[in-house]
Design a protein around this ligand. Structure first.
Ligand code: FE2
Length: 345
């Protein structure tokens, strides 16, 4: 009875993993843990063909140890390559192997109990095959979502290129900044989804300026108070542009609050400290760095040492002090300085 009780929730778990996760590694790791618990297995190996590439993802659970590898065919053993060529399940007493097929082979799973004495029962084999069919469907949905994501990312890039024609400083340096975002993400242990939203926000945060008069954006003389008030509307205008785009939903709070200050003197909502979305606190540092390092039509470039001094002065005032410390540590690296320098004319 206990076994029956475990099987039906397993189908629900697969459905939940497909509908809530956005990356294949977490999906695969979740499936491996599910199969280990549902079949009381000692070892699980899951192989996934990465959609649109010739690479593979291999997740291995051995006891409590988990190993994840991504790469070409060389990460597969000879037996694993053979398994991927199979078009149907292979069943032994204490081993169950099944490819995930949906139109073509999307991957495979290998489930093993160490002791030959602990054979899988007939009913367990049937559950195994039914669950594998469900996982195959899940992998197909993942690859379709990935296709859709690619289309949306290309759309965002085209939109940002279009914006550059109208508002030359509407995005952060397209080639130089993604690496900084990645390094900050790594240092702050951000999730892939958080890094992705930050990347989108870096491209689109000033898009709302498109709704401002163009003579105001091109003005090189100091702005009047009224002109400042108009400029300060650009975060809300940006949000109005993207409100209905599902993929940009997590990016919207970052865009809306990218001009807040840590001390509460920013705009539009005068939010303070950690009331400001984390992505906005990071973006505001990157935005300021970008303006100082690469310059603006109305502002000269500033050298890196002076920029670092300015960030130290603004710790706890304009910027989150912890993020400034992380950022300045990254800026100390020679490889980062070389990378940034290569984009500075
Ligand atoms: Fe802005």
């Amino acid at each position: 009875m206990n076994r029956y009780g475990k099987t039906f929730p397993s189908f629900h778990t697969i459905y939940r993993l497909v509908t809530t996760l956005t990356d294949l590694t977490s999906f695969g790791a979740g499936i491996c843990r599910l199969f280990r618990s549902a079949f009381k297995a000692d070892k699980i190996v899951m192989l996934i063909r990465l959609p649109g590439t010739t690479s593979f993802l291999k997740i291995r659970l051995d006891g409590k140890e988990q190993q994840i590898k991504k790469g070409g065919k060389s990460i597969l053993t000879r037996i694993e390559r053979e398994i991927l060529k199979q078009e149907r399940e292979i069943i032994f007493n204490n081993r169950l192997i099944c490819p995930f097929i949906f139109e073509n082979t999307l991957g495979a799973i290998y489930v093993k109990r160490e002791s030959r004495a602990k054979s899988f029962s007939e009913i367990e084999r049937k559950w195994f095959l039914a669950l594998c069919e469900e996982v195959g469907l899940g992998l197909k949905i993942f690859s379709l979502l990935q296709e859709q994501q690619k289309i949306m990312v290309n759309y965002i890039k085209s939109l940002s290129t279009f914006l550059t024609q109208y508002v030359p400083t509407s995005h952060l340096h397209k080639k130089a900044l993604p690496k900084l975002i990645k390094e900050i993400g790594k240092a702050m242990k951000l999730s892939e989804a958080q890094i992705k939203s930050l990347r989108h926000a870096a491209l689109l945060h000033d898009a709302g300026k498109i709704k401002l008069p163009s003579n105001l954006l091109k003005k090189r003389k100091p702005l009047t108070d009224d002109e400042y008030k108009l400029i300060e509307k650009h975060p809300q205008r940006g949000v109005e542009l993207f409100r209905n785009l599902e993929i940009l939903k997590p990016t919207i709070p970052i865009i809306l609050h990218h001009h807040e200050r840590y001390d509460g003197k920013g705009y539009p909502s005068k939010l303070k400290r950690d009331k400001i979305p984390l992505g906005s606190r990071i973006l505001s540092i990157l935005d300021t760095f970008d303006a100082m390092y690469f310059g603006r039509p109305y502002k000269d470039k500033i050298n890196l040492e002076k920029i670092i001094e300015e960030f130290k002065r603004q710790k706890g005032k304009q910027f989150d002090p912890k993020i400034v410390d992380i950022f300045l540590k990254i800026l100390k690296r020679k490889s980062i300085r070389r990378h940034l320098g290569s984009f500075r004319k």
